[in-house]
Write a new protein. Sequence first.
Length: 309
Amino acid sequence: MVIPPEFVTVSEGHRLAVRRGGHGGVPLLLVHGFPCTSLIWSHNIEELAAAGFDVAAPDLRGYGDSDFAPDGFYDFAAFNADLTGLMDAFGWERAVVAGHDLGAMIAIDLATRHPGRVDRLVVLDDSMPDLPEAFAAAGIPPGTPKPAVYDYQRRQGLHADELVAELDTPERRRRYIGEFFGHRMWCPPGAFSEADLEVLTEPYGDADRLRASFADYEVVMGARPMSAPEMTDRPVQQPTLVLVGPDQVTLGEHVEERCAIAYPQVVGPFWVRGAGHFMPWEKPTVVNRAIRSFCGDLLARHADSRGAL
């Protein structure tokens, strides 16, 4: 079921579109990545709400139905200014934060930039802080570049306007996004039906939305200024659950060894067989049960506190 978004003001004149469920439960923030929107969490929100969470899945600035960046920034600090503003609007002091792809890196930055706001972290791929010296000291070799896999990164980061000009119809823009769920092999063959792709690619039919989604890649490639330095250069101190789908060509190397350093309180990584990069959609039952189990004590404590009222 697709939950319609509500619009929440996170700073003066700036709103995020948010899909919600389970008001009053344990705060849980679900952060999407590229080429997704909050729609990627469509199979998670209701079940996690039923488990006792107060679930919020926002569209990041510029994505889906959210407002475009009022200041032109699409970096981790800017995304997280919105997310902490969202938490403030909900009256959340702290939250469990689950992230996927770009959303995982935003969540990692959030856990370090605002440690008092993140209770626990859930990472749904092999994203982790950038710790080359610590990894090298542990004998972990640097990753092997995959230029054929990441060709899109160069085009989106260095030639964004030209790429959007080539994708000059809604159908072409949606087909381009749909390729990430298909022949680019980010997931097992057949993981997404035509009906799935109709839902997931619809927001990207708009040229301005597609262009905004390329902005973070411009940041990665050094072609766009940042509002503040990234804070992904240190281990995450909060308890962290890591789930990894092995059926994706984007997967890095030495994931277990890196996780042990990047997340000193890591649970996992656990490998979810038959899943690729888009685990919230591909394996929602596994994701939902894993988050529920990881936060079982928080859910029990919250239920006890409500029962005592």
